[in-house]
Design a protein around this ligand. Structure first.
Ligand code: ADP
Ligand code: G6P
Length: 461
C-alpha cells in the first residue's frame, strides 16, 4: 500500500477474521457482530484504509486488500488478547456498559494492557493518515485512541462512535479509570452514540467528573469544542432487500420451512451467544407457552441460531452451558418423534442462509436485556418484502426507538413476553402487513449509508 490515506476506520476488528487450525492452516471468514456488518459497506463505498486486529493472536501480517477494502492488520499477542480483548474490553467494559447484567471485573493489569494496546492503535493510525485526514475510531475497545491520536496528530479530524450503550453516570462512576477514559474520548471532535440518552449521559459525566462547561450538545474542553450526538446505526437495506427477493433465497426459505415440518408458526432468534441478548428469557417464555398448552406441540418451531462468541470469557462459558441445559429440558419435555420444538444451532451462517431464514420466519424474537441497537431486528425487517413476519422486540434495544410497530416487550417480564408472542401468532395478515410496512419504511429511509453520511458530514463540518 505504502501511501497514506485521507479516510481511516480504526476498529478492534478487521472485517475478516483469521483462524489457525490444529494442522497450522489458516482460514479467513467474516468477523462476527454488528460493527463489521455496518462498517463494511461504508468502507466499500469510500476510498480509505481500515486498521484493526485480524483475529489470530501472536501473528504479524502485512497490509492487504480484501473485498474492495485496504486493510492494515494490528497485531495482538496472546497475553494482550487475554488482558485487553477478553479482559478489559469484554469482562470490564462490556458488562459495565450493558447495565451491569453481569458483574464487571476490575483489574489493574487488564487496564495497563488496554492502555498499551490503545497506544499501538493510535501510533499505527498516526503513521497511516495523510495530512488533515478524517479518522473514524470505533467502539469501546478503543476509547483512549482519540486523545492519544490527537497528541500525535493535531491536524486530523477525529470522530468516535460507540456501538454499545453509554451507561448512566452512576454506573460509569464505578470505574477506577473513569477520568482517563472520558479524557480519551474527549480527544475526538465528534463523539457519536446510538441513542440520545447515551449522548446526554456522556455530557453529564463530563460536567460531573471534569467540571467541563457545555451548551446543548457541545462540550468545551482544552480550547476545543467536542460534540456529543446520537446517530442510530442501521443496515444496508437495499442489499438485503435485493438478496431476499432473489429466487434462490425465496426457494431456500420455502425449503427451510419444509425441512422443519411446515409448522404453522416458525419463530426465529439470531444472536451472538451473549448474555446481554436475553436468549434464556425468550426460551423460557416459549417453554412456558408449551407447558401451559397455549402453544400445542407440533404447532410451532423455535429456531435459535447462536454464533459462538468470546468463548474463553468465564460469563460466556457459563451462558453456553445454561442455554444448552435449557434447550435440552424443553425439548426433552415437548419433543415428539420427528418433531423438536426448539432447533438450537451453535454456528455462524453466511448472509444467504441468514436471509432465507429471516424470510422463512413468521416471528422474529429479539429480547436483549440491553443492546446498543440490534441490527438483527433491522435485517429481519429488510428481508420481508412480502410484508409477512412479525417482530417481537425488547424495549431495551436501541432499535425499539425506531421500530415502534414491533411487538414491544420488557425482557424482564416473562408473562409480557409470552403475551406478545401469542399476540404476534394470532395477528391477522392485514395487521402483520401494516406493522411490517411501517417498519420497512423507517429502515429503508434510515439505512447504513445515511447513518455514515450524517456522521461524517457532522464530523467534517
Ligand atoms: P452484536 O453486534 O451485538 O452482535 P447486532 O444484532 O447488532 O448484535 O449484530 C449482529 C450481526 O451479526 C448481524 O449482522 C447478524 O446478521 C450477524 N449474526 C448474528 N448471529 C449470526 C449467525 N449465527 N451467523 C451469521 N451472522 C450472525
Ligand atoms: C459488538 C461490538 C463490536 C464487536 C462485535 C463482535 O457488535 O459492538 O465491537 O466487534 O460485538 O464481538 P467480538 O468480540 O467478536 O469482536
Amino acid at each position: 500500500m505504502g501511501s497514506r490515506s485521507s479516510f481511516l476506520i480504526v476498529a478492534n476488528r478487521l472485517p475478516v477474521d483469521r483462524s489457525i487450525g490444529p494442522d497450522g492452516t489458516a482460514t479467513w471468514r467474516r468477523s462476527p457482530g454488528g460493527l463489521v456488518t455496518a462498517i463494511a459497506p461504508v468502507m466499500q463505498s469510500r476510498d480509505g484504509a481500515w486498521l484493526g486486529w485480524h483475529g489470530a493472536p501472536g501473528e504479524e501480517l502485512e497490509p492487504f486488500h480484501d473485498d474492495g477494502m485496504n486493510l492494515i492488520p494490528i497485531p495482538l499477542s496472546e497475553e494482550e488478547v487475554q488482558l485487553y480483548y477478553e479482559g478489559f474490553s469484554n469482562a470490564t467494559l462490556w458488562p459495565l456498559y450493558h447495565d451491569v447484567v453481569a458483574p464487571p471485573v476490575f483489574s489493574r493489569e487488564m487496564w495497563e494492557t488496554y492502555k498499551a494496546v490503545n497506544l499501538r492503535f493510535a501510533e499505527a493510525t498516526a503513521e497511516a493518515a495523510a495530512p488533515g485526514a478524517v479518522v473514524w475510531v470505533q467502539d469501546y475497545q478503543l476509547q483512549l485512541v482519540p486523545q492519544m491520536l490527537r497528541e500525535r496528530r493535531p491536524d486530523l479530524r477525529i470522530g468516535f462512535f460507540l456501538h454499545i450503550p453509554f451507561p448512566p453516570v452512576e454506573l460509569f462512576w464505578r470505574l477506577p479509570w473513569r477520568t482517563e477514559l472520558v479524557k480519551g474520548l474527549l480527544g475526538a471532535d465528534l463523539v457519536g452514540f446510538q441513542r440520545p440518552g447515551g449522548a446526554s449521559n456522556f455530557i453529564r459525566l463530563c460536567r460531573r467528573l471534569l467540571g467541563l462547561p457545555y451548551k446543548g450538545n457541545e462540550i468545551f474542553h482544552d480550547d476545543r469544542v467536542v460534540t456529543a450526538q446520537s446517530f442510530p446505526i442501521s443496515v444496508d437495506f437495499g442489499e438485503l432487500d435485493k438478496l431476499a427477493r432473489d429466487p434462490q433465497i425465496v426457494h431456500r426459505a420455502k425449503e427451510i420451512r419444509f425441512e422443519l415440518g411446515d409448522p404453522e408458526h416458525l419463530l426465529l432468534g439470531v444472536d451472538r451467544l451473549d448474555y446481554t441478548k436475553g436468549i434464556g428469557t425468550r426460551l423460557e417464555a416459549f417453554g412456558e407457552l408449551l407447558d401451559e398448552r397455549q402453544v400445542e406441540p407440533g404447532e410451532a418451531v423455535f429456531v435459535q441460531i447462536a454464533t459462538p462468541s468470546r468463548e474463553r470469557v468465564e460469563e460466556y462459558r457459563r451462558l453456553r452451558d445454561d442455554i444448552e441445559l435449557q434447550v435440552g429440558r424443553i425439548n426433552g419435555m415437548h419433543s415428539m418423534i420427528g418433531h423438536q420444538p426448539i432447533q438450537y444451532l451453535h454456528q455462524a451462517y453466511d448472509r444467504h442462509e441468514l436471509a432465507a431464514l429471516y424470510l422463512a420466519a413468521d416471528i422474529m424474537v429479539v429480547t436483549p436485556l440491553r443492546d446498543g441497537m440490534n441490527l438483527v431486528a433491522k435485517e429481519y425487517v429488510s428481508c420481508h418484502h412480502d410484508l409477512r413476519g412479525a417482530l417481537v422486540l425488547s424495549e431495551f434495544a436501541g432499535a425499539a426507538d425506531e421500530l415502534r410497530q414491533a411487538y414491544l416487550v420488557n425482557p424482564y417480564d416473562v408473562e409480557g413476553v409470552k403475551r406478545q408472542i401469542l399476540a404476534a401468532m394470532r395477528a391477522t395478515p392485514h395487521e402483520v402487513a401494516r406493522r411490517m410496512r411501517a417498519m420497512r419504511r423507517r429502515v429503508s429511509t434510515y439505512d447504513v449509508d445515511r447513518w455514515a453520511g450524517e456522521f461524517l458530514t457532522a464530523l467534517e463540518s
